[in-house]
Write a protein that binds this ligand. Structure first.
Ligand code: GLN
Length: 309
């Protein structure tokens, strides 16, 4: 396993140059393009790491999975999916065209319009501190804090998300105020995690929502099934289809460079690589997962058992 991970890691490193760090949130532009880290944790307790797997970066869109989880738990499946769809959008993550022209609901909770909607559902019940506590729990990482610089930087440059939120409000989808929803959403995106925290979260999802540390159930089984399915179909924005073919693992990326993947019933993978492809996905992260999936037969629809020797 360690050898194959190393080969995949080297393949990932080779494509870093072809991508760019995000700059539309100026603070993210300060990231080191060459950083790369990976952490894999298996349900039988093995841990494989390489590179910058303990370096902190902002979770960005991966928080959309956490918000969706909390929203379904608190507001219920029916309420959440009366406000947001479950179809891939085929548009970029911060698009609003499809929302205005083609559909009255955000396509899915993994793009900005959908996550602003789940944030608005949470606003009456959860403060940001509550969401931070929930995130610490599911990521098994007590050291997660909000990165204030990234938060301010995004809030100063949030015209597009604000426009999406106002459009949603005009359609009656956001009910609890544009400002409060946008603030909660942006704070969630600004939480600092590591590749290891993401591997922990992915491992929790791989284990059907039961903590592998103390066997306590943190997320209902049915909700975990929903999260993994939506990650598989929508987690990589308008790259989700190609990624599902090439990698075949429920995954979620963020423009901070994070990427998490679930090897169901077996392992969680967390990656940090801030050089992004044109769709906003970690370019080295995608390459690593593609190589790893091929070498280790990880695709959901291949299935021999993972060989961790
Ligand atoms: N906070 C970012 C935004 O709203 C998250 C986007 C992402 O990670 N794709 O644009």
């Amino acid at each position: 396993m360690a050898g194959k991970m190393n080969e995949a890691f080297i393949a990932g490193r080779e494509v870093i140059e072809q991508g760019e760090v995000a700059t539309y949130i100026p603070e993210l532009g300060k990231a080191n393009k060459n950083d790369l880290g990976i952490c894999i944790k298996t349900l039988d307790g093995k841990v494989f790491t390489e590179g910058d797997y303990q370096k902190r970066f902002t979770i960005q869109s991966i928080s959309k999975v956490i918000s969706l989880s909390a929203a379904i738990q608190i507001c219920g499946y029916d309420k959440v999916f009366s406000k947001v769809g479950m179809e891939p959008s085929g548009e970029s993550f911060n698009s609003l065209v499809e929302l205005d022209l083609r559909k009255n609901l955000p396509f899915n909770p993994m793009i900005n319009s959908g996550a602003l909607t789940t944030a608005s559902l949470l606003v009456p019940y959860m403060t940001f501190e509550d969401m931070l506590d929930y995130t610490k729990k599911v990521c098994m990482d007590e050291d997660i804090t909000m990165n204030d610089e990234v938060y301010r930087s995004e809030m100063k440059n949030s015209s597009r998300n604000r426009a999406i939120a106002y459009l949603l409000e005009s359609k009656g989808i956001i009910e609890n105020g544009v400002d409060r929803s946008l603030m909660l959403y942006t704070k969630m995106c600004s939480m600092s995690v590591t590749a290891e925290s993401l591997a922990n979260f992915a491992l929790l999802l791989a284990n059907d929502g039961v903590s592998p540390v103390d066997n306590k159930r943190l997320i209902d089984s049915r909700n975990v099934q929903v999260l993994k399915t939506i990650m598989l179909t929508c987690g990589m924005y308008d790259g989700s289809g190609e990624f599902a073919v090439k990698v075949g693992l429920p995954s979620k990326s963020g423009v901070g460079g994070g990427l998490m993947s679930v090897c169901d019933k077996e392992a969680g993978i967390g990656i940090y690589g801030p050089s992004l492809d044109g769709k906003g996905n970690s370019i080295a992260g995608c390459k690593i997962l593609e190589v790893l999936s091929n070498k280790m037969d990880l695709h959901l629809f291949s299935r021999t058992k993972m060989d961790t020797e």
